[in-house]
Design a protein around this ligand. Sequence first.
Ligand code: ROI
Length: 161
Amino acid sequence: MERIYIGMGSNLAEPAAQLRSALQALASLPDSRFVGVSAFYQSDSLLPGQPRYTNAVAALDSQLTPLDLLDALQAIETDQGRERLERWGPRTLDLDILLYGDRLIDEPRLKVPHYHMHARAFVLYPLAELAPADLRLADGRLLQDLLAACPFAGLERLPPI
Ligand code: ROI
């Protein structure tokens, strides 16, 4: 089993309900054990003109291969009504593999650690709730250093449900 962290986001159709429903789906993945989820956080979209996002990070132990897990996550996104109309468009559900054990993955469909996680408060702060304090990404960066360089400003941590 390897420890996997999954970034979750939604800004359409009741985002918090979308994340809760996705958590149920993650908990029923085959050959996997659900470990936990961070608090939910709200923040403005990085792109102007979109509704605010709700984001969280989930932790999973799994024996699925990275690409099998990616297929399973994309199936959950599709089940929850995701339409891929435009690359950075608003979405009912976004599930990203942030970290997969200590693997570095560079395939056309999947890059791990996730490309944009290093500077995104809505990924790093929820990740820090779940990950060990000394977590080092497979590319050598320390989570603590990334957090120190990434202001919390603009994030709103929602009370637990
Ligand atoms: N902004 C926030 N706050 N959260 C996201 O998950 C998110 N995802 C995106 C873009 C449009 C870049 N902005 C976001 O894809």
